[in-house]
Design a protein around this ligand. Structure first.
Ligand code: AMP
Ligand code: MG
Length: 340
């Protein structure tokens, strides 16, 4: 537990009070750590030009020093100061997806403190699409780095309460703008090589990137092992299959773990909550991958003090990005019936 007293200021997500943003921005400029909502997840903002603030940011998150930070800008106009070059492809992608959930890795201009990029010669940059994020970065009048506002190794926070669960006493302020709309982290795309490579899958898809780039989707590479560490505190078991067989398997596992005296929680869609014994969390609606993405981290945080979490995944419910993230952290992935 840290020793700071962490303030929470409520802000309107659509029309944040400029006076509040000005004050929060001035705290960032002075080296304080301020968490704020973006359209993806909550970020933990720090002044990118202040090595002490960067040091405090790594310490507050318990983040390994070699995991580089992403620079957040309020507008694309700020970009040339921090990158060595802007590839033509980057310009096209920025036009299509900024502000928005696409982080692009560029060759760095080398003018930010070394700690920002963990000594790398590249820099990841994003212009977020959230009025609070944009307003705060503008008000800070300095480039802002903003990793997700969680302790390293935990699910990214999608509400101010999640931020406080992890970082109360360790940071100065949380701007509470309500739940973040997308709910999972940005797509990270490396453009420092001739061949673009997706380092982290997100809502901006490989197909969208290929379409804007005018290339075939197969030419966009994807890093097979993504960079985010395992964040699941408990055993997460993903059960993939059509609703009937998946539900049967979830119930079977629930009973089995109960006999082993293991506490078990279930994550399903809102329509199917009544089908299961508790503790059960309804996360999103069937066939609506966006609603599942928006709620998945909150659902897991709600159940993670249990021994096991069973996540029901019927085809079309989770969507490829959430499915990929869960497969990566799952202790087991069990497929039943004829799921793809
Ligand atoms: P977060 O950990 O929430 O800040 O997410 C940012 C992601 O971007 C992490 O997976 C970082 O490792 C990745 N990232 C940031 N900077 C770079 C960089 N220069 N090169 C490659 N990946 C990066
Ligand atoms: Mg993170």
């Amino acid at each position: 537990m840290g020793t700071l007293s962490t303030a929470v200021w409520r802000v309107d997500a659509a029309r944040p009070d400029p006076a509040v943003l000005a004050e929060a921005g001035s705290l960032v400029r002075k080296g304080k750590l301020v968490a704020f909502p973006t359209e993806t997840v909550y970020g933990l903002g720090a002044n990118a030009l202040d090595p002490d603030a960067i040091g405090a940011l790594f310490a507050a998150k318990g983040r390994p020093a070699d995991n580089p930070l992403t620079l957040h800008l309020a507008a694309v106009e700020g970009l040339p100061s921090y990158v060595a070059e802007i590839p033509v492809l980057a310009s096209r992608l920025m036009k299509a997806f900024w502000p928005g959930p696409l982080t692009i890795v560029f060759k760095s201009a080398g003018n930010l403190p070394r700690a920002v990029t963990g000594g790398l010669e590249t820099i990841a940059v994003r212009v977020p699409a959230h009025p609070v994020a944009l307003g705060l970065i503008r008000a800070a009048q300095t480039p802002v780095v903003a990793p997700s506002a969680n302790l390293s190794g935990r699910p990214s926070p999608t509400t101010a309460a999640h931020v406080l669960d992890d970082l109360a006493g360790r940071i100065h302020l949380v701007l509470d703008g309500g739940p973040t709309p997308i709910g999972i982290e940005s797509t990270v795309l490396d453009l420092t090589d001739e061949c673009p490579m997706i380092l982290r899958a997100g809502m901006v898809t490989k197909e969208q990137i290929a379409a804007v780039s005018g290339v075939a989707p197969e030419t966009v590479r994807e890093a097979v092992i993504e960079q985010n560490p395992d964040w699941s505190r408990c055993r997460l078991i993903l059960v993939e299959g059509p609703p009937g067989p998946a539900a049967q398997e979830v119930l079977r596992l629930y009973e089995k773990f109960a006999l082993e005296n293991k506490t078990t929680g279930i994550v399903t869609r809102e329509e199917r909550v009544g089908y299961y014994p508790g503790p059960v969390v309804g996360c999103g609606r069937a066939g609506d991958a966006g609603s599942v993405a928006a709620g998945i981290y909150a659902a897991i945080r709600q159940l993670e003090n249990l021994d096991v979490i069973l996540v029901e995944s019927a085809p079309g419910d989770l969507g490829p990005v959430v499915q990929q993230r869960l497969r990566r952290v799952a202790f087991q992935v069990i497929r039943v019936g004829n799921a793809q």
